[in-house]
Design a protein. Structure first.
Lengths: 409, 508
C-alpha cells in the first residue's frame, strides 16, 4: 500500500509539468465550452474534436523536430520556410513526374505521389545537412545558420515555382494548384496527419528516452564540451538533430499543400517556426538545451491549439487574427512560470522602478486596446484603468517595507 | 604623504568560502611608496586578499584601514575612488573598444552637448600611454593589441584614475622578455612618482629583483613578512611550502610493470602567443601500476599535457605518443577512450558534470553501449551498471535516479571517476581531482586512486597541492612554462625541491 502510494507520488512529482499542462488543457476546454455563446463544443463535439486534432497534428509534426533540436542545445528558425520550400518541391516533383495530369487536373497515379513525397523528404535531409555543415564546420551560430535559410529558402521556392509553372503549366505563376483528390486525402483524411504525428511522437520518445543516441543528445544540449570530452561525437549528433528538425518540417510541408490544395511558397507557413518553438518551450523544453520531453512537447502543442481554438470560439473571429498574440502571451507566461518555480524568489516585485512603471503602463494599454476592440470603447477605457490600478497597487505593496506587512525580515 | 608611513593596513582579515578558509586573520601593513611582493602557492590566498583590497570580495571579517581611516569597499568603483587599482591576471578590457575608450570606460569625457568627446579622450590616452613607453594608436581596438600592450592600457587606466596603490596579479605570466623589461621600467617610473605597488607573483627572480618587502601566504595565513635584503629565495620557497604533509596515506609499494604510455618530444604549439609553445619537447614514460604526478604552477602546462594525451587539445600535438609500444594519435577523445585512455577534467562543473542528468546517467554516459539490449537502452541494465559503480566507489547518494547536483563535490568527483572506470581504461589521467573536495572525501579519493593502481591501472595526476602529490605519486615530473624541468622519484621528492624547480627554473 505505502509502496504503491510512494510510486504514485513519485510519478506525480516526476511529471508535475506534464500533469499541469494536461490539467490546463482540460481547464481551457471547459472554459471554452462554457464561455462560447453558441456552445459549439456541446452542440457539435465531433467536428470540433476533429478540427483540434487536425490542427494539433500539423503543428505537432514539425514542433517535434524543433524540440529535438532545442534539446540538443540548438535552435531551428527555419521551420516555416522549410515547410513552404518542401511544399514547393513536392508540387514541383508532381509537375515534373506527371505534367499532363497536373495541367489538366487529372488523377495522379499513387507511384507518382509516393515518388514526389520521397524526393521531398530527401530534400529535407539535404536542408538539415546544410544546417549541420554551417554550424559544425563553418562554425556559424545555429541562430545565424537557420536564419539564413529562413530568409533564403522562401525566395528560392518562389523562383522554382515560377520556373516550373512557366515551363510545364503554360504560364508563369507564383503558386502551383493541386487538384488531385488522392493527394489531398493525405491531409483531409485527418487520420493520416494524426497517425503520422503519433508515430513520429512515439519514435521521438523512443529515440530520446530509450536509446544511447537520445541520451547523448541530452548530454550534448546540457554540456557540449563535457559531452565531447566523454567521447561523444557531438558533430554527428548535431547533424542528426538538424536532419530530424528539417525532415519533420518537410513532412508538415507536404501535408500543408495537400490541405490547402496549393503550393504557395510566398505565404505558406509564415511564422510557423515560432509556433513550433513556442510549443516546445511551453511543453517544458529549455532554450539553453538539455531539458525537455516528447510528452511535454505534445501537450504543449495541444495546449497551444486548444487555447487558439478556444479564443476563436469565444470571440467569434478567425483564429488566425489573435494567434500571434496568444502564442506570445503563452510563451511568456509558461517560461516565466517555470523560472519562478525553479528560482523561487517570492515577494520580488514584478514592476520595480521606472522600468516597472513603463512596462506596467504598456501592459495596461494593451489590455485597454484589446478590450476596446472586443467590447467597445467604454469597456476598453475601463479595462485600461483597472489594469493600471492593479499595477500601481502591486508597486505600492512591493514598496511597503516587509516589517509593516508583518513578514519576517 | 610621506614615505615610511603606513598607507594601508590590513587588520585581521578572514574570508571563508564553503569548504575552504581562503584567508585566516591576515594582518599586514603596507608602507607608502614601497613595492610589496605577496607570494604563495596556488590557493594560498593571494588572489582573495587582492580581491578584498579591490572591492571585488565584499563579505569578509576584519577591516581595512586606509590612511588612518577604516574603509569597507562595496564595489570596485569604491576602491578606485580611494585610489586603489588592480591589474588582473586575466585582463579586464573590452576587446572591441579602442584603447582610449577602455581607459575612460565608465568615466567617459563628454562635450558640452553631452556627446562623447573622442578627441579629448584619445589625446589623454595617447599621453598616458606614451608615459608608459607604449607606442600604440589609442584608437586601435584593444583586442588587436599584444598582451603586453593591453596590460599597459590597464596601467594607463589606473594612472588616469590617479591610483596611489596599484595591485598587480602575476603581471608577467603572458609577456615576452622585452615586454617584461619594459614593464619593470614602467614600475620603477611609477614608484618614482610615489605609487605603492602590491605585486603578486610566484616567480622568485622577479620578486627578488623588485620587492622591498616580501609577504608569504600559506593556506590563507600570513606566514612571514620579510625584508628582501634579509632573506633569500631558498628561505622564501621553504616558507611557501612549509606545512606538514596532511595526506595520511602511505602509498602501497607496487612492482612497476612494463611501460604503458610513452611520449617522445611532445610539443603543443600556441598560436599567437609570445611563448609560442604551450608544451615544448616533453618526453616521459608511464609504467603499468604507476602513479605519476605532474607538478607545476598555474600556467605551467599540466592541463595541456593531459589534454594532448587524451586527444582533447585545441591543436593536435607534435611529437610521438606510444601506448603499449604502438604509436597512437588521437584526434578526438572518443579514439583515446577506445584505446584505453580516460581523463577526469580539472573543471568539474564546466567540463565534467551534466547538471540535468541523474547520478546514474552521469555515471553510465561514456559506456551506454553496455546497457543496450535489442537496440534500446535497458533501464534495468543501466541501473545495474550505475548501482555497481556506486557501491564500488562508495558514492554517497540516495540512488542512481537522484539529481547529480544533490551530491557533495567529493561524491560528484567519484561519480565522474566511476564514469571513466566503466570504460575499462589502462591509463587514467586525473587533472586536479581533489579541487573543491573536502578533507574527508580527499582521503577517500586517495585510497581509491591507490587501489586502482594496485589493480594494474596507470595514473597520471596533477594537483594544486604538493603534499597530495608527495603522498600519492611514485614519481613526480615538474613542469614550468611548458617545459619539463625536473623529475623526482618518490624518495627524492620534497616540497622544497619541487617548488625550486617550478619557480627558479633549475634545469635537469
Amino acid at each position: 500500500m505505502s509502496q504503491c502510494a510512494s510510486g504514485a507520488s513519485r510519478f506525480f512529482s516526476a511529471n508535475r509539468a506534464e500533469l499541469g499542462l494536461a490539467l490546463s488543457i482540460l481547464v481551457v476546454l471547459g472554459l471554452t465550452s462554457v464561455l462560447d455563446e453558441r456552445h459549439i463544443y456541446w452542440q457539435n463535439p465531433w467536428p470540433s474534436f476533429v478540427d483540434i486534432v487536425r490542427q494539433s497534428s500539423m503543428l505537432g509534426i514539425f514542433a517535434l523536430g524543433s524540440a529535438v533540436v532545442i534539446i540538443a542545445g540548438g535552435i531551428d528558425l527555419s521551420c516555416g520556410s522549410v515547410i513552404a520550400f518542401s511544399g514547393t518541391i513536392c508540387a514541383t516533383l508532381l509537375v515534373l513526374l506527371a505534367p499532363e495530369e497536373m495541367r489538366t487536373a487529372a488523377v495522379l497515379r499513387p507511384p507518382v505521389i509516393a515518388a514526389a513525397i520521397a524526393g521531398t523528404v530527401l530534400v529535407g535531409l539535404a536542408i538539415g545537412s546544410l544546417h549541420a555543415w554551417l554550424i559544425t564546420v563553418v562554425r556559424l551560430p545555429p541562430f545565424v545558420a537557420t536564419l539564413a535559410t529562413l530568409v533564403g529558402l522562401r525566395s528560392l521556392g518562389r523562383s522554382i515555382v515560377e520556373n516550373t509553372s512557366a515551363l510545364h503549366l503554360g504560364g508563369k505563376s507564383t503558386q502551383i494548384q493541386i487538384y488531385d483528390a488522392g493527394f489531398r486525402y493525405l491531409a483531409t483524411s485527418v487520420w493520416i496527419p494524426a497517425t503520422l504525428f503519433l508515430v513520429l511522437a512515439a519514435t521521438a520518445w523512443l529515440l530520446l528516452s530509450r536509446t544511447v543516441t537520445g541520451r547523448h543528445l541530452y548530454a550534448l544540449g546540457g554540456n557540449e564540451e563535457a559531452a565531447r570530452l566523454s567521447g561523444i561525437r557531438t558533430d554527428s549528433l548535431k547533424w542528426l538533430a538538424y536532419c530530424v528538425g528539417a525532415s519533420c518540417s518537410t513532412l508538415a510541408g507536404i501535408l500543408y499543400i495537400a490541405d490547402q490544395s496549393v503550393a504557395d511558397p510566398q505565404n505558406l507557413g509564415r511564422g510557423y517556426e515560432l509556433n513550433a518553438i513556442a510549443a516546445a518551450v511551453v511543453g517544458g523544453c529549455s532554450l539553453q538545451g538539455g531539458v525537455g520531453t516528447v510528452q511535454g512537447t505534445v501537450l504543449g502543442v495541444v495546449f497551444l491549439r486548444t487555447v487558439i481554438d478556444g479564443v476563436a470560439k469565444i470571440i467569434k473571429t478567425g483564429a488566425d487574427v489573435y494567434e500571434g498574440l496568444i502564442v506570445g502571451i503563452l510563451v511568456v507566461v509558461a517560461v516565466a512560470f517555470n523560472q519562478l518555480r525553479q528560482r523561487g524568489e517570492p515577494g520580488r516585485s514584478l514592476f520595480p522602478g521606472v522600468l516597472g512603471t513603463v512596462a506596467g503602463a504598456t501592459l495596461a494599454a494593451v489590455a485597454g486596446v484589446l478590450a476596446a476592440i472586443l467590447a467597445g470603447g467604454v469597456a476598453g477605457a475601463a479595462a485600461s484603468v483597472a489594469a493600471l490600478a492593479a499595477v500601481v497597487a502591486a508597486k505600492i505593496i512591493a514598496r511597503t517595507p516587509a516589517r509593516t506587512r508583518g513578514e519576517p525580515r | 604623504m610621506n614615505a615610511g608611513e603606513t598607507i594601508i593596513s590590513i587588520e585581521q582579515v578572514s574570508k571563508r568560502y564553503p569548504g575552504a578558509q581562503a584567508l585566516a586573520e591576515v594582518s599586514l601593513q603596507i608602507t607608502t611608496g614601497e613595492l610589496h611582493a605577496i607570494v604563495g602557492e596556488n590557493g594560498a590566498g593571494k588572489s582573495t586578499l587582492m580581491k578584498v583590497l579591490a572591492g571585488i570580495v565584499t563579505q569578509y571579517d576584519g577591516r581595512l584601514v586606509l590612511r588612518g581611516q577604516p574603509v569597507h569597499f562595496a564595489h570596485t568603483r569604491d576602491a578606485q575612488w580611494h585610489g586603489i587599482s588592480i591589474i588582473h591576471q586575466e585582463l579586464n578590457l573590452v576587446d572591441e573598444l579602442s584603447a582610449a575608450a577602455n581607459i575612460f570606460l565608465g568615466r567617459e569625457v563628454r562635450t558640452r552637448l553631452g556627446l562623447l568627446d573622442e578627441a579629448a579622450m584619445q589625446r589623454a590616452a595617447t599621453g598616458l600611454l606614451a608615459r608608459l613607453e607604449c607606442h600604440v594608436d589609442a584608437r586601435q581596438k584593444v583586442g588587436r593589441l599584444r598582451v603586453g600592450d593591453q596590460q599597459l592600457v590597464e596601467i594607463a587606466k589606473a594612472l588616469s584614475l590617479e591610483a596611489e596603490i596599484l595591485v598587480m596579479d602575476e603581471p608577467t605570466s603572458a609577456l615576452t622578455e622585452t615586454e617584461v623589461a619594459r614593464l619593470f621600467r614602467v614600475m620603477d617610473q611609477l614608484r618614482g612618482r610615489g605609487v605603492t605597488i602590491l605585486y603578486i607573483s610566484h616567480k622568485m627572480d622577479e620578486v627578488f629583483r623588485l620587492a622591498d618587502r616580501i609577504t608569504v601566504l600559506r593556506d590563507g595565513r600570513l606566514v612571514a613578512t620579510l625584508r628582501r635584503d634579509q632573506t633569500n629565495p631558498r628561505e622564501v620557497t621553504s616558507l611557501m611550502v612549509g606545512r606538514a604533509a596532511e595526506a595520511s596515506l602511505v602509498r602501497s609499494t607496487v612492482e612497476l610493470g612494463p611501460v604503458v604510455l610513452e611520449t617522445r618530444g611532445l610539443s603543443l604549439p600556441w598560436v599567437g602567443h609570445p611563448r609560442e609553445w604551450r608544451l615544448r619537447d616533453i618526453s616521459f614514460q608511464l609504467h603499468r601500476g604507476e602513479i605519476l604526478g605532474l607538478a607545476g604552477l598555474m600556467g605551467a602546462g599540466r592541463t595541456e599535457l593531459l589534454e594532448s594525451l587524451f586527444g582533447a587539445s585545441p591543436q593536435p600535438p607534435r611529437g610521438r605518443v606510444y601506448l603499449n609500444e604502438r604509436e597512437v594519435q588521437f584526434g578526438h577523445p572518443r579514439e583515446a577512450i577506445a584505446a584505453g585512455v580516460a581523463m577526469v577534467s580539472e573543471d568539474r562543473k564546466r567540463l565534467g558534470l551534466f547538471d540535468h542528468l541523474t547520478v546514474g546517467q552521469n555515471i553510465t554516459l561514456a559506456k551506454l553501449g553496455a546497457a543496450v539490449r535489442g537496440g534500446l537502452l535497458s533501464r534495468r541494465r543501466e541501473q545495474r551498471l550505475a548501482d555497481e559503480a556506486i557501491r564500488r566507489l562508495g558514492i554517497r547518494t540516495t540512488g542512481p535516479s537522484a539529481p547529480i547536483t544533490t551530491l557533495s563535490g567529493g561524491n560528484q568527483q567519484k561519480a565522474i571517476i566511476a564514469r571513466w572506470l566503466l570504460t575499462g581504461p589502462q591509463v587514467l589521467l586525473l587533472d586536479d581531482p581533489t579541487r573543491g573536495v573536502d578533507v574527508g572525501a580527499k582521503a577517500e579519493l586517495y585510497r581509491l586512486i591507490d587501489d586502482l593502481c594496485t589493480g594494474g591501472l596507470s595514473i597520471v595526476i596533477t594537483s594544486s597541492e604538493l603534499p597530495e602529490l608527495l603522498a600519492l605519486c611514485d614519481r613526480i615530473l615538474v613542469l614550468a612554462e611548458g617545459r619539463l624541468r625536473a623529475e623526482f622519484s618518490r624518495a627524492e621528492a620534497t616540497e622544497q625541491r619541487i617548488m625550486e624547480a617550478a619557480t627558479l627554473g633549475i634545469d635537469l
